[in-house]
Design a protein around this ligand. Structure first.
Ligand code: PLP
Length: 422
């Protein structure tokens, strides 16, 4: 094996949820023939109406004179012009903004965008200081765990918990008494709605974080992979927040195009320029076929319409099935708390005082044919020990209603036994 650099070594490790996914794939392969209820997937389901939309847009592209221009030629590093224009028009109309094409960058998936952001703004400055990448509310997206080439730059903050004991519900909130943004902060990143918890930070919380960052010119990346206008996977009212130091970051992955890898950053032209240069060095520009069909679906209004009419109710209904089943099946006297289902495609369960670790519970659930993701993988950057980290599970809403219901009944039974044995 060739000797790897420090970065080579870091990047060739499986981090966070990728490591768990490997275990899950092996479990599914080893248990071939056994029926597993897989509630681990982060892959959205293929909804027929959504697939049809992309099929129709593809047919239109194939029939148009633009086809050769789209796939047979290089384009601008900033992204495909008609898509940038479509997004600017849509957002200007919808949110009363004054975006020009200089405010928008298209990237090959939004994961790439966070990689650019983390390394352009976080890590060692030319003066040698460590600029932190701040995650203001942990748990958050596990994918932030691997984006920095300087892992020590990533720092996450413990939240406060709003707990409704009798309803068995809770909600995370940023802990403003701890959150620190200073001249040593390089950038701030958080997801809204949040993967894994389904939390939606309030507009006020978002504005407060942006205001803390503004005096130091710290950019705030709001990962809106589940936000309106598409895929509109918010189950509670929320409005996208814009501002001079805010980058509103989107993804078309949960709107049915994960395979095409389309991420979008919207914000100040100078910040967009930094990210664009990073992109030129990395990959010249993202692939253009997906961008071309996305431009059509946004211009016609079909994408935002399908998001609200099809995508959102589909997953919201799954959450209701999960919630109703847990309410019926979980013992009232156990300290279980489901995070408020405010968006995204996951449910997040906290089992307070759980007598075993989340990893052990994950193993026991596999024994009864149910696969979820242990929660401890969703605290990238949170270095302090906190028992809560080992007391949570992420449950995907991408299974059938019947599978979700059966899975939650089995989970209730296993959980009850675990607490009883202790
Ligand atoms: N951000 C969040 C919160 C996600 O859940 C995901 C994918 O699951 C991503 C970013 C990355 O998405 P993509 O690179 O497909 O745009």
């Amino acid at each position: 094996n060739p000797a790897l650099t420090q970065i080579g070594d870091q990047m060739s490790n499986l981090t966070g949820v990728r490591a768990i996914m490997k275990d899950i794939v092996e479990t599914l392969q080893a248990g071939a023939g056994r029926e597993f209820i897989n509630l681990s997937a982060g892959n959205p389901l293929i909804l027929p109406e959504v697939e049809q939309l992309w099929r129709d847009c593809t047919a239109e592209l194939l029939a148009s004179d633009e086809y050769g221009e789209v796939v047979c030629r290089y384009g601008s590093s900033q992204g495909y012009g008609p898509l940038i224009k479509a997004i600017a028009n849509d957002f200007n109309r919808r949110y009363n903004l004054k975006l020009s094409d200089r405010n928008i960058l298209i990237t090959p998936g939004s994961q790439t965008l966070y990689f650019y952001a983390a390394n352009a703004f976080g890590g060692y400055s030319s003066g040698g200081d460590l600029k932190q990448i701040v995650l203001p509310l942990s748990p958050d997206y596990t994918g932030y765990g691997g984006v920095s080439l300087v892992p020590e730059a990533l720092i996450a903050y413990k939240p406060t918990l709003d707990i409704d004991v009798s309803a068995h519900r809770f909600k995370y909130r940023p802990d403003f008494s701890q959150l620190t943004i200073t001249e040593n902060t390089g950038c701030v990143i958080f997801s809204r709605p949040c993967n894994p918890t389904g939390n939606v930070m309030t507009d006020e919380e978002v504005r407060k974080i942006a205001a803390l960052a503004a005096p130091y010119d710290v950019p705030v990346f709001i990962d809106s992979a589940y936000a309106p206008p598409f895929p509109a996977l918010n189950f509670t009212e929320m409005t996208p927040v814009f501002g001079s130091n805010i980058l509103h970051c989107m993804s078309l992955s949960k709107a049915g195009l994960p395979g095409e890898r389309i991420g979008v950053a919207i914000g100040d032209a100078k910040l967009i320029q930094v990210l664009e240069s990073f992109q030129t060095n990395m990959c010249i520009h993202p692939s253009r076929y997906g961008q071309a069909i996305a431009a059509q679906a946004i211009n016609s209004g079909a994408l935002a319409e399908i998001a609200e009419r099809v995508i959102r109710p589909f997953y919201q209904n799954k959450f209701t099935v999960l919630e109703n089943t847990l309410n019926a099946a979980m013992p009232q006297d156990l300290p279980w708390f489901l995070h408020r289902g405010e968006g995204a495609i996951f449910a997040w369960l906290w089992l307070k005082d759980l007598p075993i670790t989340d990893w052990e519970l994950y193993q026991q659930l596999k024994q009864v044919g149910v696969i979820v993701v242990p929660g401890s993988t969703f605290f990238p950057g949170l270095r302090e020990s906190w028992l809560h980290k080992q007391q949570c599970l992420r449950i995907s809403l991408t299974a059938s209603d019947a599978e979700i219901a059966t899975g939650m009944q089995r989970l209730a039974k296993v959980t009850e036994q675990v607490y009883q044995r202790a």
